[in-house]
Design a binder for this molecule. Structure first.
Ligand SMILES: [Mn+2]
Length: 367
């Protein structure tokens, strides 16, 4: 479990590694071309870690090679914080759908791996390098691979690259990386290792706190509140698991926000939130610490009709609907819920109890 790694020394953590994590930056730079066009990409619907690590990599390549790499992302920027981050950091993001006919001298994928089903990168596009912290899907035979599943954030790897190359951060980049590690590890509370703590504190003195605040407290649209209302009203408790279905959602990462929120309920150790976004069913899973891995559950419940994955405490997935009827969508959602409850050992509590009714009963008992 990554949280156990956090208690070990850095020496323990790296003991089984034949390489120096900071040296990897040089290997990456040696792998990339010295001229031409370089594309950086990540998973669809990018989160702060994806955005910050793309920005850091773009900076590294510009400083060391004099090339301005392009950043292309699929999906949309859902969370208000991610939109604020993009605007305030002046990120120049290219929609991935526009890349079909373009060829690149190198393509680098960060915070994602080829074949994990969460990137709309055209499949024929050859990938030169992968830098990620998700569990290794399958061995990759590529010119450069740096996957560190024990790391809480890819941004931590980029901080080590900067250290290895003795580069300084702009305030904006330091703020982006700091925010990425902060949000990905829930303020150093979830799924991290010593390297994340080290990176977080090494950035501390370079953060623009006013900028960070303006991202963290970005104004949120009105429909966000309605989504919480639906998410809470429809939430059902199955033992210590909570499940809710949101119906149509305005942005795909809405499911993750509600899943985070519901996990805070006093009875809840596991949450599953499902929504429908365009022709996809998207879901998010959150686990409190324990011996079950959310990434494995997220992958297993979509088996046969979609793709899922993630980390031990946060994960998700999506199913592209080929039959767009409501009944088909409902059927798949029910299968996801049934498989989830089986996976977390809570199927015996079916059909579940309304989260709100549960709270009311508790309170009236006390009166
Ligand atoms: Mn990440």
């Amino acid at each position: 479990m990554p949280q156990k790694a956090a208690k070990n020394s850095i020496r323990d953590l790296l003991a089984d590694r034949p390489w120096d994590p900071e040296e990897k930056a040089q290997r990456l730079l040696d792998t990339l071309p010295d001229s031409g066009e370089i594309l950086l990409t990540s998973h669809d619907n990018p989160d702060p870690d994806a955005l910050a690590s793309c920005l850091a990599l773009q900076t590294l390549i510009r400083k060391k090679k004099g090339i301005t790499a392009r950043i292309a992302i699929g999906g949309i920027l859902g969370r208000a914080e991610n939109r604020a981050m993009t605007l305030k950091l002046n990120l120049d993001l290219l929609p991935i759908d526009l890349l079909e006919d373009k060829s690149w001298d190198a393509v680098v994928m960060v915070d994602a791996q080829p074949g994990s089903g969460n990137s709309n990168l055209p499949p024929q596009m050859p990938i030169t390098a992968v830098i990620d912290h998700h569990p290794i899907r399958r061995p990759l035979d590529l010119p450069f691979v740096d996957i560190r599943p024990e790391y809480g954030a890819v941004s931590t790897i980029l901080v080590e690259y900067f250290k290895g190359q003795k580069l300084r951060y702009s305030k904006k980049l330091a703020t982006a990386l700091f925010y990425a590690i902060k949000s990905e590890t829930a303020d150093l509370g979830r799924g991290l290792c010593n390297a994340d703590q080290r990176a977080y504190f090494s950035l501390f003195n370079s953060v623009d706190w006013e900028l960070l605040h303006s991202i963290l407290k970005a104004k949120i649209p009105g429909d966000y509140f309605k989504l919480f209302l639906v998410g809470i009203e429809k939430a059902a408790l199955f033992g210590n698991a909570v499940v809710t279905t949101l119906g149509e959602i305005p942005v795909p990462d809405a499911a993750a926000e509600i899943a985070d929120f519901l996990l805070r309920h006093e009875y809840v150790q596991r949450s599953l939130v499902i929504g429908r976004y365009e022709d996809q069913i998207v879901y998010s899973i959150r686990f409190a610490r324990g011996n079950l891995d959310a990434g494995i559950v997220a992958s297993a419940i979509a088996n046969g009709f979609g793709a899922g994955g993630g980390h031990d405490q946060m994960a998700g997935g999506r199913i592209i609907l080929t039959h767009k009827t409501k009944s088909k969508s409902d059927e798949i959602q029910q299968t996801l819920i049934d498989r989830f409850l089986d996976s977390v050992g809570m199927a015996k509590f079916k059909p579940g109890r309304s989260l709100l009714a549960e709270q009311f009963a508790e309170r009236s008992n006390k009166l």
